[in-house]
Design a binder for this molecule. Structure first.
Ligand SMILES: NC(=O)C1=CN([C@@H]2O[C@H](COP(=O)(O)OP(=O)(O)OC[C@H]3O[C@@H](n4cnc5c(N)ncnc54)[C@H](OP(=O)(O)O)[C@@H]3O)[C@@H](O)[C@H]2O)C=CC1
Ligand SMILES: CCCCCCCCCCCCCCCC(=O)[C@@H](N)CO
Length: 328
């Protein structure tokens, strides 16, 4: 097995989070600040950045006061961690490189980059415009490519760093309503697998996150255009909604442990991730899989059957053209 190097998130560690002004990104930023890390958040809208920066600054002051009370490191007592909020669009390479340089000038070399900025536009394939495919590819996939490309040269030069790609449960499986979104997240997962192999031994490491449904502004937004069929399949599989705090806590734990596949709050999902056929390390030790034997493929088949029968019934009930019946 490969030796993992954890990324301790301690005072002074500089974590840069794209899409850190809201939702999961903001939850991650707040928890990093609580640990005393220097945090840079990046997003487009200035008003949201300002509001987030205020929250982060308050959290940084509280963390410094708490550290002082416990008389921890003198440095932490003297100065709360650095927090900054910078406006950039992750799909614009030039803008992004400029703000990354600015961020590093202020808070030191970037130790951890979290490529989190993204959006979900659910829709049925036959109804959704190609522009939705393009937009999600541009932000979810290419935005993360630009971010990683802007951070990598410095990390390679220093021989250390971690890049975290936030994908989705929909980078492990797929069902009705997510054809455009899942494609962008599967692309990201594929790139991460290749990049991980390419960077072995350089000291720069990769992590991939697969969040489940998470209670964020983005989730509320996607629900305004989610097709009924998508909701039906999602519900039939018993998918639940998790708080951004909980999802963020698990991700940061996985980052600190140096995991490639970051843990999810959902056991079924963790098993699915572990069972993925790829060359990347298993989420659970190989022995667990050997001992589980046929149980995992049987369990995933049951979920597959549920997803398929739900969609088949829905399409029949809602007047989708049906396959002609053979003459009897
Ligand atoms: N919530 C969920 O159920 C799940 C979410 N995810 C993934 O987690 C990530 C975060 O999601 P969530 O917190 O729900 O999203 P939110 O919509 O709540 O927040 C998205 C953040 O990304 C920023 N952002 C969006 N586009 C860009 C861009 N082009 N350049 C820079 N910043 C951008 C937004 O700010 P601004 O608009 O100002 O730029 C905002 O800060 C996404 O990648 C999403 O796909 C994965 C699985 C489940
Ligand atoms: C042993 C086998 C167990 C199988 C468990 C299967 C559980 C399926 C849950 C599907 C959840 C989909 C979440 C989408 C999250 C997302 O990305 C959107 N909210 C877009 O933002």
């Amino acid at each position: 097995m490969w030796r993992r190097r954890g990324s301790r998130l301690r005072p002074g560690t500089h974590v840069l989070i794209t899409g850190g002004s809201k939702g999961l990104g903001l939850a991650l930023a707040l928890q990093c600040v609580e640990r005393g890390c220097s945090v840079t958040i990046i997003a487009r809208k200035q008003a949201d950045l300002d509001a987030a920066l205020q929250q982060l600054t308050t959290a940084a002051q509280a963390a410094a006061a708490k550290a002082a009370q416990r008389s921890l490191a003198a440095a932490a007592i003297a100065s709360p961690s650095k927090v900054q909020a910078l406006s950039a669009d992750t799909t614009d390479h030039e803008q992004l490189s400029k703000v990354f340089a600015e961020a590093e000038q202020e808070a030191g070399p970037m130790d951890v980059l979290v490529c989190n900025a993204g959006l979900s536009l659910p829709g049925l394939f036959v109804e959704q415009d190609v522009s939705a495919f393009e937009q999600q590819m541009r932000v979810n996939f290419l935005g993360s490519v630009h971010s990683a490309k802007a951070a990598l040269p410095g990390m390679l030069q220093r021989g250390s760093g971690r890049i975290v790609f936030v994908t989705s449960s929909l980078a492990i499986l797929g069902f009705a309503g997510y054809s455009s979104y899942a494609a962008s997240k599967w692309a990201l997962r594929g790139m991460a697998d290749c990049l991980r192999n390419e960077l072995l031994g350089t000291g720069v490491e990769i992590s991939v996150a697969y969040p489940p449904d998470t209670d964020t502004p983005g989730y509320a937004q996607e629900n305004t255009c989610k097709p009924e069929l998508c909701v039906a399949v999602n519900d039939a599989m018993g998918s639940s909604l998790f708080s951004a705090d909980k999802v963020a806590r698990l991700l940061l734990r996985g980052i600190e442990q140096g995991k490639y596949h970051l843990p999810s709050a959902d056991l079924g999902q963790n098993l699915l991730v572990s069972g993925m056929t790829s060359l990347s390390p298993k989420r659970f030790p190989l022995l667990v899989h050997v001992l589980l034997g046929p149980i995992l493929p049987i369990a995933t088949s049951v979920f597959g059957w549920i997803a398929n029968s739900t969609a088949t019934k829905y399409n029949k009930a809602h007047g989708m053209p049906q396959r002609p019946q053979a003459d009897s």
